[in-house]
Design a protein around this ligand. Structure first.
Ligand SMILES: [Zn+2]
Length: 342
């Protein structure tokens, strides 16, 4: 299987002659007809795939979803059955960090009528470490995005254990997409991703980080092609996208663009009006507090600022709602890393 492809030259499978999906950046090419795997530059890689749901069942799922969300006479325009490449890299990671946490405390100064609250800051050093075994899903394409990718990664990372060696018979009717990332690049991408994630976690625990180091040792990496249905439908002259997880036994809508119907828009406009009215009421209620000497300065400032802030926020939200024409439904929390153990 080594050195099967000269870049940009071979577009047909060496074994069965079928036309292959090959981009100039392809590194691992899978023939969707016979399952033959070719690596640009040699080496060996096994390609895994989970079992796919039935194509007609997926079509029905897409159709009934569109009907329920957009109404009766909407039609699906495109339906693509894709086997999308992902690397899943398992790593042992170890992160050490060192920084400080800033805390605001208050104390009482003076006595009797002159007594008032005063705030001051303290800085507490924090240092620590954590060790985790993780799995990271890395998308196998360089430039093309795919709608619903974050949700798709979450699905891949939860289901990669169900993938087995590719059986070409089982992916008939699906288009296998080649990977543009080789194994070593995928491992590097996974290491970078884990470092970022750990740094973000440390940032959320500290006010300032002095050092944050992550070492990551790869344990395994596997290339999966994962069943995804990309669908499009039209509503009111606009095109909307759907991403469906095509896994056998648990096909589901992962992400979908939904049109904003007139009823939703009216509801949002009413909410904006209610928000502004609430702010006016709030301002009237808080007015008397501003002059009260006994209250700490922070509270008096808050009494002045609260109403404009509420009204500003509802105005911004209202303006935003008025301009968007769609919302996006996401079935899963975006997640490309799964903790396997400590
Ligand atoms: Zn072939």
């Amino acid at each position: 299987m080594s050195g099967g492809l000269a870049e940009g030259v071979v577009e047909r499978c060496e074994r069965c002659g079928a036309v292959l999906d090959v981009s100039p950046d392809s590194v691992v090419v899978v023939c969707g007809y016979c399952g033959w795997v070719s690596l640009v530059g040699g080496g060996e890689t096994k390609v895994l795939a989970p079992d796919c749901a039935d194509v007609s069942a997926l079509r029905n799922l897409a159709e009934s979803f569109v009907r329920s969300k957009a109404g009766g006479n909407v039609r699906l325009r495109e339906l693509a059955f894709l086997m999308v490449p992902f690397w899943v890299v398992e790593l042992d990671t170890w992160t050490r960090y060192n920084g400080y946490v800033e805390e605001v405390r208050t104390r009482q100064t003076g006595v009797g009528k002159r007594s008032r609250m005063e705030s001051y800051r303290i800085y507490k050093p924090v240092r620590g470490e954590f060790k985790e075994r993780v799995a990271v899903a890395v998308y196998g394409r360089r430039f093309e995005a795919i709608f619903g990718l974050s949700q798709l990664k979450a699905s891949v990372i939860s289901n990669y254990g169900r993938a087995h060696e590719l059986n070409p018979q089982a992916i008939r009717g699906w288009s296998a997409i080649s990977s543009e990332l080789g194994e070593s690049e995928a491992v590097e991408a996974a290491k970078t991703r884990v470092s970022e994630e750990h740094r973000a976690r440390v940032e959320s625990m500290t006010s300032k980080i002095f050092d944050c180091y992550t070492t990551a040792n790869p344990l395994s990496s596997r290339l999966l092609i994962y069943p995804v249905v990309e669908a499009r439908y039209e509503w009111g002259g606009k095109s909307y996208r759907i991403c469906i997880d095509g896994l056998k036994d648990s096909p589901r809508i992962l992400a979908a663009e939904l049109p904003l119907t007139l009823r939703t828009r009216v509801a949002r406009a009413l909410l904006t009006v209610a928000g502004v009215a609430g702010a006016i009421l709030l301002a009237l209620m808080l007015q008397p507090l501003v002059g009260v000497e006994e209250l700490p300065e922070e509270l008096r400032l808050a009494a002045i600022a609260a109403a404009p802030i509420v009204s500003f926020v509802s105005g911004v939200v209202g303006a935003y709602s008025a301009t968007i024409v769609q919302r996006v439904m996401r079935a899963l929390k975006a997640r490309d890393i799964m903790v396997l153990g400590g």
